[in-house]
Design a protein around this ligand. Structure first.
Ligand code: F6R
Length: 366
């Protein structure tokens, strides 16, 4: 049942080229330049005219929502907020007609997310569900939606559901942008091509498995980890830190790299591994400076870089090279080595990575 893998988590990490492909199937036709999202077609007018979009989710799904915020604001020029469902539901938020809520949930059963959309719906918002489990409570409560089609996720730590969420949220952003006319035809086609290539690039990133395992061995006894990224890779840093916490029980924090100097840099010393997602994007030069700041304080830097980068590798302790991609789709690729890193550290410490202590696959209590 684990398909020859030692754990469901590893199996699911390796399934990602296929699950991303499944998320795109029947929706994206890059050569023809078309994108079809049957589940939101009926509500497209409301969606493209939304005054704002509020994304509600928890945990890993919330991280996918953060990436979507950057994507949708850039592509659609609609204001987006991303909320922890557990806060949103209790804080009497201002919601009304014309607001669109996107609920992101693998299980579709997360109690906080379910109650959050229930009350938003009563206030007149339109609910769009991005769920993995077909027929789940959140999917049923939604007015419209798009399934992620990642297949059953057994490992408690979410992996393939995350990349499927990023894939579907990118498609939604692209579709709405096209309908609104907020994206040029050329950029639209370029991003369709990028989406079309992404599962192939994820397959290439998975070849890093042995290399990442060596890095895991080297750092597995660290007490703390820091994960840094900027722009589209900031939520990837949060997700990398969450994966490590969940399955290796090592304290880890994710930060936008520029926030370091506002406090966390005080933690850096020669014992602290700092994972920096530093792929070639519009923030690249800034991230290079952030790496220098860490190295000046003797932190151990593990950098995820784009193939062909010759600047960062000589500056850092360990390098993980991933294929080049447009920054909008880069998180789907750059998260792969971070999933593997958490997996191998957890396994090398002897933990049951499929069933981390204190965690349940779906959190149906508040
Ligand atoms: C992280 C993880 C949790 C879930 C969160 C939301 O690996 O599994 O943080 O992402 O509980 O769950 P769903 O997406 O089912 O609403």
């Amino acid at each position: 049942e684990k398909g020859g893998y030692d754990h469901f988590m590893l199996k699911e990490i390796f399934e990602q080229p296929q699950t991303i492909h499944d998320s795109l199937r029947g929706r994206l036709d890059a050569p023809k330049g078309t994108l079809t999202l049957g589940g939101i077609r009926e509500h497209m007018d409301l969606l493209k005219n939304a005054k704002r979009i509020i994304i509600v989710a928890c945990g890993t799904s919330w991280h996918a929502g953060l990436v979507a915020e950057y994507m949708i604001e850039e592509l659609c020029r609609i204001p987006v907020e991303v909320e922890y469902a557990s806060e949103f539901r209790y804080r009497n938020p201002v919601i009304g007609q014309g607001d669109v809520i996107i609920a992101v949930s693998q299980s579709g059963e997360t109690a906080d997310t379910l109650v959050a959309i229930e009350s938003a719906k009563q206030k007149g918002a339109i609910i769009l569900g991005v769920c993995n489990v077909v027929g789940s409570s959140i999917a049923r409560m939604s007015d419209a939606g798009a399934y992620t089609h990642a297949g059953p996720e057994i490992g408690v730590a979410s992996t393939k559901a995350f990349t499927a969420q990023l894939t579907v949220l990118a498609l939604i952003g692209l579709k709405v942008a096209m309908e609104r006319g907020s994206i040029s035809g050329q950029r639209f086609q370029h991003l369709l091509n990028e989406m079309d290539q992404v599962s192939k690039k994820v397959a290439i990133a998975l070849k890093l498995n042995d290399h990442v395992k060596e890095i895991a061995e080297k750092y597995k006894d660290a007490r703390d980890f820091l994960y840094l990224g900027r722009g589209y890779n900031f939520p990837v840093a949060l997700e990398g830190a969450l994966k490590l916490k969940e399955i290796s029980y090592i304290h880890a924090e994710g930060y936008p790299a520029a926030e370091m100097k506002h406090g966390p840099i005080a933690l850096v010393d020669e014992n602290l591994p700092v994972v920096i997602v530093a792929t070639k994007d519009s923030f690249y030069e800034k991230v290079v400076s952030n790496i220098q700041e860490i190295k000046a304080r003797k932190g151990k830097v593990i950098a995820v870089v784009t193939e062909g980068d010759t600047t960062i590798p000589p500056m850092v302790d360990d390098v993980i090279v991933v294929p080049a991609a447009d920054e909008l789709v880069a998180p789907i690729i750059s998260v792969i080595p971070l999933q593997l890193l958490a997996y191998h550290i957890g396994v090398s410490k002897g933990y049951d990575v499929d069933k981390p202590r204190n965690l349940a696959k779906s959190v149906t209590v508040e």
